[in-house]
Design a protein around this ligand. Structure first.
Ligand SMILES: Cc1cc2nc3c(=O)[nH]c(=O)nc-3n(C[C@H](O)[C@H](O)[C@H](O)COP(=O)(O)O)c2cc1C
Length: 328
């Protein structure tokens, strides 16, 4: 019998995973900033096929993002300096989330950003309050997890500055922790000497999980002008080229903390998902691949059962268990 893409399958491969107490049909989430607030993708396919997705990094006030050009192509990847363009948390609550509720019936991950610990906390408090009001009508909260982006390399204030210092990272996580009981995921920057140190600081400050990694700081120069291609000169590098770096980061972080880790960076196939989970990831996020092919996530999800069978994997929960990690 043919395996189905959602959950347990006839061929006895089980793609379900549980992330911070929330069960997902499969471990594949779309990564923040590559999936908007879901609606453009919902026009192309049923986005309920995803495990979930992390919505665009959201700040207290609307942000128009950085000057253009803010994208540069690279072999096996891309540079972006979008600069957290988003409509602001109030518009997300009044417009984006109600629209999303019509087409997506699973808990979504809310990606939160700010220029100070207080701003991160204020955005989280607003999302928390809005979600409690929405709870009255539906059985499950619309926002499953709060993902705290302490790793954006494309903003002047905050962003990566918080994710490259353990004390600063802890101050943001503690501030957000006070505002929500939802699972709190810290999104880590790869632009550090010791990612495990930042991971441990986030865990100690109250994070329930981690996402590793955000983009790597990079740059390109236009040979005709001798000037940087990006208006902001530097940007975040992502795509297949970063996969081994992300995998290494996930490996290091899962050995340093006891909380679950979401693997992110360069994933573009079902095999990549399995490799990331063998490194210790509980779930995965797919980013730039969505910009190359908007169907990337569903294709990966469809390919997952066959890839599991190929490698004799019957359950994804099992791959990254404490037991199997210790034996690696
Ligand atoms: C255009 C673009 C925008 C992004 N915006 C965000 C964001 O708002 N918040 C965030 O946490 N990460 C953001 N990211 C980082 C991705 O979520 C992801 O961590 C990174 O791209 C690595 O994964 P990938 O190699 O699969 O793209 C963005 C990435 C890209 C390419």
């Amino acid at each position: 019998m043919v395996a189905t893409i959602n959950g347990a399958t006839a061929n006895a491969v089980n793609t379900k995973v549980t992330l911070c107490g929330i069960e997902m049909d499969n471990p594949v989430m779309a990564a923040s900033g590559t999936f908007g607030y879901g609606k453009e993708f919902a026009e192309l396919y049923d986005i309920n096929q995803l495990g979930s997705f992390s919505f665009k990094g959201t700040t207290l006030k609307p942000r128009f993002g950085n000057e253009t050009p803010r994208i540069a192509e690279c072999p096996q990847g891309m540079l972006n300096s979008v600069g957290l363009q988003n409509p602001g948390v109030d518009a997300v609550i009044s417009e984006e989330l109600p629209e999303l509720a019509k087409v997506f019936h699973k808990p979504v991950m809310a990606n939160v950003c700010g220029g100070s610990p207080e701003e991160y906390a204020a955005v989280t408090a607003k999302l928390e309050a809005a979600d409690q009001n929405a709870d009255c009508e539906s059985a499950q909260p619309q926002i499953g997890w709060i993902e705290v982006n302490i790793s954006c390399p494309n903003v002047k204030d905050g962003g990566m500055a918080f994710g490259t210092d353990p004390n600063a990272a802890a101050s943001v996580i503690s501030a957000v922790r006070r505002e929500t009981k939802k699972p709190l995921i810290a999104k880590l920057s790869p632009n550090v000497t010791d990612i495990a140190e930042i991971a441990k600081a986030c865990e100690a400050a109250g994070a329930d999980g981690l996402t590793a990694i955000n983009t790597l700081l990079g740059m390109r120069i236009d040979l005709r002008t001798g000037k940087p291609i990006l208006a902001r000169e530097v940007g975040g590098f992502s795509g297949p080229a970063v996969f081994p770096i992300a995998l290494r980061a996930v490996w290091q972080v899962t050995h340093a903390v006891d909380i679950p880790v979401i693997g992110c960076g360069g994933i573009s196939s079902a095999e990549d998902v399995l490799e990331m989970m063998m490194a210790g990831a509980k779930a995965v996020q797919v980013g730039s691949a969505n910009l190359v092919d908007p169907y990337a996530c569903v294709k990966i999800i469809e390919e997952l059962p066959a890839a599991m069978e190929k490698y004799g994997i019957t359950s994804l929960e099992g791959i990254c268990s404490e037991e199997s990690r210790k034996n690696m």
